[in-house]
Design a protein around this ligand. Structure first.
Ligand SMILES: [Zn+2]
Length: 62
């Protein structure tokens, strides 16, 4: 997992939007549903990973 391409979101946001960024380039705006199973979703345009704050903390504690 590329740390540089992760966006941490609040646990109560289950839908995120992505339009790309400077590094990967802009793309049409898409809405992504964060998976309940692992608290993550990857943008299928730019590969950015959106992850719940609680999931990040869990991973860092392992
Ligand atoms: Zn994207």
């Amino acid at each position: 997992m590329k740390i540089s391409n992760i966006k941490v979101v609040d646990d109560n946001e289950n839908i995120v939007s992505c339009i790309g960024d400077d590094k990967t380039g802009a793309h049409p705006k898409v809405y992504l549903n964060i998976r309940d199973e692992d608290g993550e979703i990857e943008c299928y345009y730019c590969g950015k990973t959106f992850i719940y704050k609680s999931q990040i903390e869990k991973k860092q504690n392992v």
